[in-house]
Design a binder for this molecule. Structure first.
Ligand SMILES: [Fe+2]
Ligand SMILES: [Fe+2]
Length: 252
């Protein structure tokens, strides 16, 4: 599948394109270290949110603990600055089979999609570390942008709406990331650009997985919800944002 074939459903899903002003800011060489580290942290957060969904909605307590152990070395690398990043590639494996809760109707589908997604996000995490090594970029602490939080504040507080809304937010985050990698790829160093293009395929699938899960869990058609979160997301992308990040709005 070509890049444009991959992107076309994403472009019709998203309510707006990334503004040129964001791209211009993002390709300034002085912004590269922050953007790469922000990207690194986003890969971990993508894995963590998917993990949270499995632990909360699909598995028993023992499996939930096994899953936590899986993420720990990656989290420790970021939050405690411990461990050698080169060792992380070998740690991206699940050691025990994940067992679904018997009372969860959509448990197995959630596990199947999310375990695969987590593996891929952790692989991306490792690949971003390789890029940092390649470009001599040191880890630094980078705070969260307003983006994910800006969507999650609109999530309903009762089930199953909470889960459905979170999955829709996940779909938008994945789709936007995919769109931004495609926007950046032609303007950055070819080695980094090739890496961004290599990410498109999995991020495009992740957005579809999130959306399909949301629809399979909901008893009603989710189009209205998808539309609603699409407007919220576009607002975050198109409005002024003084905190420049990978998912920020118009640079102000
Ligand atoms: Fe990723
Ligand atoms: Fe992803």
């Amino acid at each position: 599948m070509s890049t444009s074939e991959l992107l076309s459903p994403i472009m019709s899903f998203l309510k707006c394109e990334t503004p040129d002003s964001w791209v211009e800011e993002a390709i300034k060489p002085e912004n590269l270290p922050m953007l790469i580290v922000d990207h690194l942290i986003c890969e971990l957060k993508a894995a963590q949110s998917a993990m949270f969904l499995i632990r909360k909605y699909a598995v028993d307590k023992d499996s939930a603990n096994t899953l936590l152990e899986w993420l720990r070395p990656f989290e420790q690398y970021i939050y405690k600055r411990t461990g050698d990043w080169r060792d992380l590639a070998a740690k991206n494996t699940l050691t025990k089979a994940v067992i679904p809760k018997s009372d969860s109707r959509y448990g197995q589908a959630l596990i199947d999609k999310m375990v695969m997604l987590i593996k891929e996000e952790l692989h991306h995490f490792y690949q971003v570390l390789e890029m940092m090594e390649h470009y001599g970029i040191e880890y630094r602490s980078v705070g969260s942008s307003r983006y994910a939080k800006g969507m999650l504040t609109h999530v309903k507080t009762h089930e199953p709406e909470t889960l459905i809304d979170k999955l829709i937010c996940g779909a938008y985050i994945e789709a936007r990331s995919c769109e931004r990698f495609a926007k950046l790829a032609p303007h950055v160093d070819p080695h980094l650009g090739d890496f961004y293009v290599s990410l498109l395929r999995s991020e495009a699938r992740h957005y579809q997985d999130y959306l399909a899960l949301a629809q399979s869990i909901s008893a009603d058609d989710i189009s209205e919800k998808v539309e609603y979160f699409g407007q919220v997301e576009a607002q975050l992308i198109l409005s002024d944002d003084s905190d420049f990040k990978f998912h920020s709005g118009q640079p102000a």
